[in-house]
Design a protein around this ligand. Sequence first.
Ligand SMILES: [Zn+2]
Length: 173
Amino acid sequence: MRMFGRARYQYYTNVNYLTCERCLAWHGVIRSNPTDFPDHDDDCERSILPIPPREGRVYREKGKRMRTAAQGELSRRKLFEQGVEAISDSPESAIEAFRRSATYDVYVPDLERLATRHRDLLDSDPNLREGLRALFVKAFSDKFGWHRYERLPEPMRLRREEEGIERINEIFR
Ligand SMILES: [Zn+2]
């Protein structure tokens, strides 16, 4: 007789610009045996969540959204790198790639990397610099209105938003 159903577990990682591709590939995946998940041998934040009885459907739905978020992060990285590669030869297509990448998320360390790699180009082209500054400031500000970031306590959210915008203004000044 099946009294409690089979135990199930869900892989969870914190999706951001540092999350490794392996953890992104497992994010949201459900297994009945927790040893099916890879060992935790990297710096990514991760949890193996036991799924409470009768909540399988909720966790499957959540799992779909987690898969979408992980895929989105991979798309974001790809688009951002396309922009970094294209910016010298084709600034307009680079800006378009950055704009699309920012619909997924924006991370200041990526912008630092972009500016370090293309410092000379940015220094010699104020229009490009201003275009990127405006694009990333708006995207960074917008992201704090997203559901994912709305969960942060208000003062922390405001401080993070202000600090990020200040930094972006410095990078593309
Ligand atoms: Zn990882």
